[in-house]
Every structure is written in C-alpha cells, then in structure tokens.
Design a protein around this ligand. Structure first.
Ligand code: ATP
Ligand code: K
Length: 292
C-alpha cells in the first residue's frame, strides 16, 4: 500500500448556496447552509485514503467542537491522526464558501493551521522520511513549506507541491519539489511575466497546470502535452483540485507511469465534480477503477 504523508490545513467549511454572489456592501438571500469538513490538506488526505493509500496527516486543529468533528472525520475516512494535535490558544481553521453563479468564492481563516510550523513538523520527521511521497499545499506558513521541501530533498522523499492558494515560492522550493501542480490562475502568479508555455518548457515532467474541464498540461521534454479530463455533468467543482492532487500522489506513489497517473487523477477529479461538497464527491478506488 502506498504511504502518503499530507502536510497541510484542516478546517470546517461553512458553505452557503445562493443564486447570486453579493458585491461589496450588498446583502443577498441565500438558499441553503451546511457545515462540512474541509481545508486543502484535510481534503487531500481524505481523498488519498479513499483511493486506497495509507495516509498520515500532519496538521493542527483547535480545542473546539470543529476540532473534534475534524478529527472524527479523519478517522471515519481511515486517515492516521497521530500528528494532528490540538492547539490550545487558537480556534480550528474555517473556510467560508459561497457557491453561486456556477463557481465558488472562499474566505479562509487559518487559525490553528498557523501552528503547522517547521518545529511542529520536526516532531513527525520520521513520517516524512518513511513516506513514498509527501503532499503539501499553501494554507500553512510559507517557512513550513520551505522546511519540508528541504527535508524531502535530504531524505530523497518525492514532494508534490500543490501551490494553492497562490503565492510566490522560492527557487529553492521549486528545485526541491518533484511535482508542482498549479491551476491556471496560480501558474500566472507563480511565473509572473512568463507565458504558461515557457514555464512548462522550463520544468519538464515537473510542472503540471490543471485547466479545469480541459484537463492537465505539461511539457514532456519534447513537446507540450494536454491530457484531457473526462466529460461529466459538473454539479459542484469544489474539491476538484484537491481530488486531482491526492489521486496524482497515490498513482505516483504506486509507481504508475506519468501519463497513467495523470489519467487516474483526471478520472478521480472528474468524478468529484459530479457531487456536492469538497469531500462529498471524492471517489473510492473502486469507483475510479470501474469508470476508467
Ligand atoms: N468540469 C470538469 N469536468 C471534468 N473534470 C474536471 C472539471 N473541473 C475540474 N476537473 C478536474 O479537476 C482538475 C483540477 O481542476 P481545476 O484546474 O479547476 O483546479 P482548481 O482550480 O484547483 O479546482 P477547485 O479550486 O475548483 O478545486 C482538472 O485538471 C480536471 O482533471
Ligand atoms: K465536488
């Protein structure tokens, strides 16, 4: 079984659906409200566990009811929570999501996730050393991502960096990462002033730009390749990126060839958009294999 270490955020998503999103200073009437566990780190951990990996989460929660719910949800999905320790002085992270006009807009309050520090990660250094792959995102402090990238380089553990939400990353982190998976918007911020085609060319078989319903683009050393995703009836795209990253990590950790890994990830992510919620749509291994 592939061993995956996920280092990242855990939060409670507070999700509102509305026919229209409010502008500044405006109030609109919504249609429904739900709380669901989320956070890019937690989402990717749950997705990887459903796809059959042995998943070790390194993260933090608050000592509040959201924290308990987040831990229960990890356990219900078979994610190891030995390294998800409560923070006493901060609340659990929350994400405030509006689903309107066929897309999502999100405000993230990091709270306990700010305590996923380099020193905290060091307490679980053996998990990183022993993993087949480490999966990390950017809802935790930047210095932690830098630190983890150096640890992965030192141990020879492959690192998949999902640079979301977007921020500038140092050349050192880019060099230490084995795989980097921005969406189109994140790629623009990461490689300012450089066209997508040029940046892909610069990082062959390392940079993978996800393009929503079009699929995934990368440069294979000789040419630019677009691996198309699968056509589905999209209900809610929340969690598509998280499912893609988790599935890509699982396939790579299992030693699948690159193109097969992308296809597996496209398949899993396309299934995820057919259902409501980030984790709500994340498919099981059997569901992905049946549909491939
Ligand atoms: N409408 C869709 N139909 C099929 N597959 C999709 C669709 N939207 C997304 N995907 C799959 O999910 C992957 C990631 O989507 P996208 O590039 O939109 O990432 P993202 O912006 O991080 O997603 P999100 O923030 O909505 O979770 C795509 O490369 C594709 O495999
Ligand atoms: K979804």
């Amino acid at each position: 079984m592939a061993k995956i270490c996920v280092i990242g955020s855990s939060s409670m998503d507070l999700v509102v659906t509305s026919s229209r999103r409010p502008g500044a200073g405006e109030t609109v009437l919504g249609e429904s409200f739900k709380t669901v566990p989320g956070g890019k780190g937690a989402n990717q951990a749950v997705a990887a566990a459903r796809l059959g990996a042995e998943v070790y989460m390194i993260g933090r929660v608050g000592e509040d009811t959201f924290g308990t719910d987040i831990l229960n949800n990890f356990e219900a999905n078979g994610v190891n929570t030995q390294n998800v320790k409560p923070v006493t002085h901060l609340e659990s992270g929350t994400a405030h999501i509006i689903l309107a006009e066929g897309d999502n807009s999100i405000v993230v309050v990091e709270a306990a996730n700010r305590e996923v520090t380099p020193a905290y990660v060091d307490e679980a250094v053996d998990v990183i050393r022993n993993a087949d792959i480490v999966l990390i995102q950017q809802e935790i402090p930047e210095e932690t991502v830098v630190h983890v990238s150096a640890l992965c380089a030192k141990f020879g553990t492959p690192l998949l960096l999902n640079p979301a939400p977007a921020r500038m990353i140092s050349q050192e982190v880019i060099d230490n990462a084995s795989y980097i998976t921005p969406n189109e918007h994140e790629a623009e911020i990461l490689f300012q002033g450089v066209s997508p085609a040029e940046s892909l060319r610069q990082y062959p078989n390392k940079l993978f730009i996800t393009e929503g319903s079009k699929g995934v683009r990368y440069f294979d050393g000789e040419q630019e390749v677009l691996v198309p995703t699968y056509q589905v009836k999209a209900v809610d795209t929340t969690g598509a990126g998280d499912t893609f990253n988790a599935a890509f990590a699982v396939a790579l950790a299992e030693g699948k060839p690159l193109q097969d890994s992308i296809r597996f990830a496209n398949r899993a992510a396309s299934l995820s958009v057919t259902k409501f919620g980030a984790q709500g749509g994340m498919p099981t291994r059997a569901e992905v294999e049946e549909s491939l």
